[in-house]
Design a protein around this ligand. Structure first.
Ligand code: SF4
Length: 331
């Protein structure tokens, strides 16, 4: 089976239906024992220092894992990806474009999906059958998400790891589903966690180590991973095009903020951590979040794959203490 690299969530239903497997380059970078070496290798090869660490990691991971074909999202994701694709091609990696249409135009989304389907030579019924198949797995991720915020038996980090894996279903939906089934049984037998401060983590998945455990050690826990939950496609849809139009991340920020505010209310969230990546254009979204989200927000920035630094630790600790005091005052 051909392994198709992906740089963000794309319609993996098409890739699986074609008999190939998606490989999320972010995931293989960040979970690899050599991830720091990947980061450094990209700089040795000429990537500038002031550039997003995910881009550097994906570059090296793709070459090291000998991925020979990558889907490039050329609209709705990251401008850095455009040049990354040029560099991949220079290194002999084949690339194919996919667009999330700005403005959520249904006809353009349908066309984007058709083009990808035609590229992989797979018909619509086969893709729809795979969509139904993968939606069963997505539903189990929804169960795990509820076990996180409602039942308090799944940690923020477990939630992050499992939900973020729905971009590529760990390249094997059957094995991934078995893993989820086992996890649901095991976590269902746990006692609920005790941390009283409930936090949401919005923005791109963090590159830093130890963020979630540090938060838990200080009396809080993450009950909402915004983008990771979006990867699971929690809103479903009647067709593949509709499903990917309801996905909030690649389009304008309005519906994304509506979703965040709704989850703040549903999950009784006390505060938000906005994770931003150094040298990422999405850092500017912080301005909008601060105007349109009513709970306290702490912005944490990460650069490369390494433990949360002392400054961020102090800020996290103060943030949690401030919320604890506010909750105490309200109670
Ligand atoms: S973190 Fe920002 S710059 Fe880096 S790959 Fe993601 S969108 Fe692009």
């Amino acid at each position: 089976m051909a392994r198709i690299g992906i740089t963000t969530t794309v319609p993996s239903e098409i890739i699986f239906a074609a008999g190939s497997v998606p490989v999320d380059l972010n995931n293989i970078f960040i979970t690899d024992i050599n991830r720091s070496a990947y980061f450094e290798q990209a700089e040795v090869d000429g990537f500038p220092r002031p550039l997003c660490g995910w881009i550097k990691g994906m570059y090296s991971a793709c070459l090291d894992h000998k991925i020979s074909e990558v889907i490039a999202v050329t609209q709705g994701d990251c401008s850095n990806t455009h040049v990354l694709m040029e560099i991949y091609r220079m290194r002999g990696v084949k690339t194919v474009a996919f667009n999330f249409p700005y403005g959520r135009d249904p006809a353009m989304m349908k066309r984007s999906i058709e083009l990808l389907r035609e590229y992989f030579g797979v018909d619509e019924p086969a893709v729809e059958a795979m969509r139904v198949r993968l939606n069963r797995v997505r539903a189990k991720l929804g169960v795990i998400d509820r076990m996180t915020w409602r039942d308090g038996v799944v940690t923020g980090f477990e939630n992050h790891l499992l939900l973020v894996s729905s971009s590529d279903f760990e390249s094997d939906p059957d094995t991934f589903e078995v893993k989820l089934d086992r996890f649901i049984i095991e976590a269902g037998q746990r006692e609920p966690m005790e941390q009283s401060v409930r936090l949401g983590l919005i923005g791109i998945p963090p590159i830093l180590d130890g963020l979630y455990p540090y938060i838990e050690e200080h009396g809080a826990r993450v009950v909402y991973n915004e983008v990771q939950r979006q990867f699971t496609m929690p809103f479903g849809g009647e067709t593949l095009a509709e499903q990917y139009l309801k996905y909030t991340y690649p389009y304008d920020i309005g519906p994304r903020i509506d979703d965040i505010n709704e989850q703040i209310s549903t999950r009784s969230i006390d505060g938000i951590i906005h994770y931003v990546q150094s040298f990422c254009h999405r850092q500017m979204e912080d301005m909008i979040f601060r105007e349109r989200i009513d709970v306290p927000i702490l912005t944490i920035e990460g650069d490369s794959p390494r433990p949360v630094d002392a400054r961020a630790r102090i800020r996290l600790e103060s943030f949690i203490r401030m919320i604890t005091r506010r909750k105490g005052a309200v109670a």
